[in-house]
Design a protein around this ligand. Structure first.
Ligand code: HT7
Ligand code: ZN
Length: 843
């Protein structure tokens, strides 16, 4: 397979001035007629090449004259006049046979599209690259009652509808939906007075699950006007819920298509976490209207230009709508859990990659989440006001353009006068920087000494120093803050910063708010951590101190056979008792670090992690916490019950999170009696699922699982929870068997990505189960990836990342995983997607 390089970018040889498409829908023989106005690009003369894949050509004409294009790899070339001309083509495609869910496909009888990144070429011949932008007019003919496309409706009649999108867009933002759908409708008036009709389109039985998504959409629209000055620019905004979808959602212009799991929610079927995720995905896709659609990417290497910025914007939105500190902790947990894992393994790549084989493999935590961290660091470095000015310049200067990271950095340089060349290294250098810190105190002067170092990553043995914004506060021994949050800008490999006039050696609170995506290494002792847990004014670092205590205690249990640390449990108890703290924050503190996180930390400390031993340590710690804190947990459980009807708001959700954290521990003491009661009495999914999970964890879930299945067998999204919970919570020795049994269940529709991920993704997330020494889970995973690959390469390739940490483990596990990877790699006809991933993982 061919590798594509950023350095090889050349502009398109032809621009597109207008696109007119007619679709005649039929499940296995849809006709697509295109009429496209092309114009040669005088700045980049070259052959006339159009992408095209799996298309049956019926006819092609140029300026009305039949022509015969020459098929070449990935498309066609054709002799064309050296002036503007009209291209007309009719092709036939087979949506029914399209199981890859890219291009035009059928989901439960509904036609829908997914064109990002390179799916439009499966619909018709076109320059399917993001720097070719054009207005589209689309006519859909078909017998479905609802026929939707991008832009504004421009006409309709029995069996047809027409849409016009005036905003030039790249083909990856094209969308079409046709099916038997009903709408949850609403309206929004923009601040300059445009009336926008809003609709969420769903299957009839799902109409009661749309209200929250609609509310989130309207709040997103208000927020983007208020915070970024961005208004919506069409007369309609449509969202469609689809069952079969490879990712969360897609920001097609005026017609967002959503994985049903990312938009549908009702109190009885969706958890608090589901509601929160839906809110942030709705916001994310809506915010793309400006950061992605109006201003798009020149090429796919610039993906972080739209994704990093849009994630940053959706994080800001959620922080404003909910608790900002809790949101930051959640975001950092996700970053460390997914991005650090990626950045410290064989799949590490820069936020702006320099080469790829299959672009779908680069929709990664690095591009998205680390990309968002880079925006956060820029904002911290230039200040909030300068950030706002830079963004306004970005929107003014680049509206309607396909841009690069250079364009993005330039708006910051031009508004602030700063030289950001060194900062730009963050976009090209992979790997998580380590920041070693030591300190000294003499004559009232406290000095922090930093040393930065980024380990080698594939293809990048040596790294240059980065600009690292380190937010620091200092606390006096009394607990009083003597230096409030100050931003230190580290630019050298080693650098010191001094604070004068201190009467006693302070305790430093470093990297407040997680001001840079680095791993801080400091030999802090537990007394200092306990002090910060009690006194730090920065909520993130307060949580971080508790987490460091927990990690240290658990690592000592694994490596030295230490007993659960009583001091840690006591400190945690004090925090739980502090009613001045947000329940959601306390719930986070109650969670032990993840077992994968512990494995990575052990590995970093030079210890080969044993997932079974880590699991046993976490169990022993949880038992000790439950024993010591039983009374307090019982009080909290009772006090945190939320009276009245269910509401997904942050405050109620935080109370439930704390109550359910307590429930999980209390179940170790009360024979899961409270969990059984809660499961039986629950009037919402958050409570029901927490009760069920506690029962299953304690080995008492059989009846409840059966009851849950009977109750919810008709609801796909809830059934995904049932499928996921079992391998996720199984005992290490049982996990592979549980997953195997579930894959034989009649409801295991493995071609549906949500269902596939529910079982196989949950198995992989159960670290001790997945890495059980038998290797049974590795074999099962490889079997299923081999089976899925020809059907849906994108989802199969993504799932291969379950193996990305394999080099951490002992020789026996490595040999088993190497066999599994070898078997996948040797599969005849393996897709480019999975092939690239497996090769990179094997290294
Ligand atoms: N921009 C989208 C990324 C995407 C995607 C979405 C659904 C299916 C396949 C996809 N490939 C790429 C989603 C987003 O970031 O908002
Ligand atoms: Zn996005």
């Amino acid at each position: 397979p061919k590798t594509i390089y950023l350095a090889d970018y050349t502009p398109p040889a032809y621009w597109v001035d207008d696109v007119h498409l007619t679709f005649r829908l039929a499940p296995s023989s849809t006709r697509v007629v295109s009429r496209i106005l092309f114009r040669p690009n005088p700045d980049a003369p070259g052959p006339f090449f159009l992408h095209g894949e799996a298309l049956t050509t019926i006819s092609v004409r140029i300026d009305g004259q039949p022509v015969s294009p020459t098929p070449v790899e990935g498309g066609i070339v054709c002799d064309v006049p050296d002036r503007p001309f009209t291209w007309e083509a009719e092709v036939e495609i087979d949506p029914q046979a399209n199981t890859a869910l890219e291009g035009l496909y059928l989901s439960g009888g509904m036609y829908c599209t997914q064109c990002e990144a390179e799916g439009f070429r499966k619909i018709t011949y076109y320059p399917d690259r993001p720097d070719v932008m054009a207005p589209f007019t689309v006519r859909i003919e078909g017998d479905a009652p609802v026929l939707l496309s991008n832009g504004n409706p421009s006409g309709s009649g029995p069996g047809w509808s027409e849409w016009h999108d005036p905003w030039p867009k790249p083909a990856y933002l094209f969308a079409l939906v046709a099916g038997n759908l009903v709408a949850h409708r609403d309206r929004f008036t923009t601040r300059s007075g445009r009336d926008v009709e809003l609709a969420i389109w769903v299957r009839e039985g799902d109409l009661h699950k749309c209200a929250f998504g609609m509310d989130a959409l309207k709040r997103s629209m208000v927020w983007d006007e208020r915070v970024y000055g961005r208004e919506y620019d069409l007369d309609v905004f449509n969202i469609v819920a689809v069952d079969d979808f490879n990712m969360g959602a897609m920001e097609n212009k005026g017609l967002n298509i959503f994985n049903a799991s990312a938009v549908l929610a009702s109190p009885d079927t969706a958890t608090d976490a589901n509601f929160e995720r839906i809110e942030s995905i709705i916001a994310h896709e809506y915010f793309h209207n400006w950061t992605g659609n109006r201003i798009t990417c020149r090429d796919w290497f610039q993906l972080c230009l739209k994704e990093g910025l849009t994630v940053f914007r959706d994080q800001q939105f959620s922080a404003d709508e909910r608790s900002a500190p809790v949101k930051r902790i959640d975001d950092v947990l996700a970053l460390r859990g997914r991005q650090f894992r990626e950045d410290n393994g064989p799949l590490a790549h820069p936020v702006r990659p320099e080469s790829f084989v299959e672009i779908n493999n680069f929709y990664t935590a690095t591009v998205y989440e680390k990309g968002a961290e880079l925006i956060g660091m820029l904002r911290r470095l230039v200040g909030a006001q300068a950030y706002d000015r830079a963004l306004q310049l970005y929107f003014e200067r680049h509206d309607g353009q396909a841009c690069t990271i250079e364009d993005w950095i330039a708006v910051f340089e031009d508004t602030t006068g700063r030289d950001l060349r060194q900062f730009k290294r963050w976009y090209s250098q992979a790997g998580t920087p380590r920041l070693d810190v030591t300190d000294s105190f003499e004559d009232g002067r406290y000095t922090l000494h930093f040393r930065q170092h980024t380990p080698p990553t594939p293809g990048q043995p040596d790294k240059d120093p980065l600009v690292i914004p380190v937010a620091v506060g200092l606390l006096a021994p009394s607990g009083e803050e003597v230096v409030s949050t100050t931003l230190l800008e580290m630019t050298e490999a080693e650098q010191s910063f001094a604070f004068d006039g201190l009467s006693a050696r302070p305790v430093p609170s470093l990297l407040r708010g997680f001001s840079a995506p680095v791993i801080l290494t400091r030999s802090a002792d537990n007394a200092e951590r306990a002090f910060l847990l009690a006194h730090d004014t920065d909520p993130f670092n307060r949580w971080e101190a508790g987490r460091a205590l927990a990690k240290d205690a658990l690592m000592r249990m694994v490596t030295d056979g230490a007993a659960p640390d009583a001091a840690f449990i006591e400190a945690l108890g004090l925090l739980l008792d502090d009613d001045s703290l947000d329940p959601a924050f306390r719930a986070l503190a109650l969670h032990l670090p993840g077992q994968d996180d512990l494995a990575q930390s052990l590995f970093d400390a030079g210890v080969t992690p044993d997932p079974g031993a880590i699991h046993a340590a976490c169990e022993a710690m949880a038992d000790a916490m439950a024993e010591v804190l039983e009374q307090r947990l019982a009080t909290i459980y009772d006090a945190m019950q939320v009276p009245g009807p269910y509401s997904p708001d942050a405050s109620a959700a935080g109370r439930r999170a704390l109550a359910n954290g307590a429930l999980s521990l209390l179940s170790r003491r009360d024979g899961a009696a409270r969990a059984a009661t809660q499961f039986a009495a629950a009037d919402n999914m958050t409570q029901q699922l927490a009760g069920l999970a506690a029962l299953v964890r304690r080995g008492r879930g059989e009846d409840a699982l059966a009851a849950f299945y009977d109750q919810w067998r008709g609801d796909r999204l809830v059934l995904d929870k049932w499928f996921g919970l079992q391998p996720g919570l199984a005992q290490p020795q049982d996990a592979a068997d549980v997953a195997t049994r579930l894959t034989a269940h009649p409801d295991f529709d493995w071609k549906n990505p949500n269902r596939f991920r529910a079982v196989l993704g949950a198995l992989a997330a159960n670290a001790a189960g997945f890495h059980h020494p038998s290797g049974a889970a590795y074999t099962l995973m490889a079997d299923w990836l081999i089976r899925l690959d020809p059907v849906n390469p994108q989802t199969a390739a993504r799932m291969t990342t379950v193996f990305e940490t394999w080099r951490r483990y002992d020789a026996d596990r490595q040999a088993l995983i190497a066999d599994a990877l070898e078997r996948i790699a040797a599969t005849p006809g393996l897709s480019r997607d999975t092939g690239e991933m497996v090769n990179r993982i094997r290294g």
